[in-house]
Design a protein around this ligand. Sequence first.
Ligand code: PGU
Length: 452
Amino acid sequence: MNPRDSSSSSPSDRRLSALARHLSSPSAAGVGGGVSRSLASSSSFARGDSVFSHVARAPEDPILGVTVAFNKDPSPVKLNLGVGAYRTEEGKPLVLNVVRQAEQQLINDRARVKEYLPIVGLVEFNKLSAKLIFGADSPAILENRVTTVQCLSGTGSLRVGGEFLARHYHQHTIYIPKPTWGNHPKVFTLAGLSVKYYRYYDPATRGLDFQGLLEDLGSAPLGAVVLLHACAHNPTGVDPTIQQWEQIRQLIRSRRQLPFFDSAYQGFASGNLDADAQSIRSFVADGGECLVAQSYAKNMGLYGERVGALSIVCRTADVAGRVESQLKLVIRPMYSNPPIHGASIVAAILRDREMYNEWTIELKAMADRIISMRHQLFDALRARGTPGDWSHIIKQIGMFTFTGLNSQQVAFMTKEYHIYMTSDGRISMAGLSSKTVPHLADAIHAAVARAV
Ligand code: PGU
């Protein structure tokens, strides 16, 4: 496969040329009271024409737009398996007990104020986040070679990391897996990087295209940035084995490429926080450098709090300090400094041994419920004799099953069964419950039967 460029000119180029056009236009210098008065009295203004009338309606987001469509559907049997958000057996969003406890603590503490955080966020949160992902005994942390900044959840961490690389790293191409989370190419392109793909998934085996991955990274330029899903690959649910990770690590290091880990599901893949960080820790253990974007949306259920962290592991403490000073320059004009509430919840949980333990128990319960949904759906399809091999449902891990259903089958299931999912056939197992499994199995059965 030939990886392709997603765009010819980078967005930062485009932003700069738009700015240049504006500055060179004759009106730019004279936007004063006189100009606006004459505009106000002009006939086009009186007719009510909008200066935005040329703006075309943009399509809904491929993932978040599924929820928009779902919300409009009046059917009582409708089911939203689009967005990766955890639901209980009753189909309700879940606020973890330990999160409620932490929030109560915060409310009771009258000494707390609402001052701005530093540009890098809550310092204690940053330290604890680094420990969580790299391990408390990580040499990189002990040697002060890691800089961690609080960002707006996983997405914001990826964006800040991308902008930092566009400004300060010698290679501006990032290789992302095909397929990947739909926002990755947009985030990195707008950060000013050029996006190319490496092969990842083989539809024939519904597993990893390991050979293709090795070939594509092997022929990617020396020093290229490589985005890796730390665990629970989205959308495929297919992760490399420990041995495959080791080969990937050796290849990336031998090509002096720069790994950028996206860790949105720590604890969700296996139910164990350390096991799900293993891929990252093996790259840190070799002494090399890497970036890590961490999200607390899924594993603490803090979706709307927008709390996450970007860590950059460097060779020396001195470099890490300088890198942090530049990260501040990326963040300051973007959103100045991050919000305080979510980070305070996370810090309260991570610093207290009892609350931490309670969190791991609740996290494991979420992961186990998802695994149990996999088995129930697999059994339900087998019981119906649905044509095809559905064993990938129980082999894949994390929040999603990449069913193999095509976009027509998905459209059919939405129209006839009011089941909402992304058009690539991904379903969020976390949105399923024992009560809704039969409805989904009926829909899949009918969709598959139609096609044969
Ligand atoms: N990285 C990956 C691999 C993800 O799957 C997601 C969320 C993120 C980063 C960003 O998560 P934050 O909420 O910014 O921490 N993907 C989910 C959630 C919906 C979305 O697309 O944002 C999904 O359904 O794919």
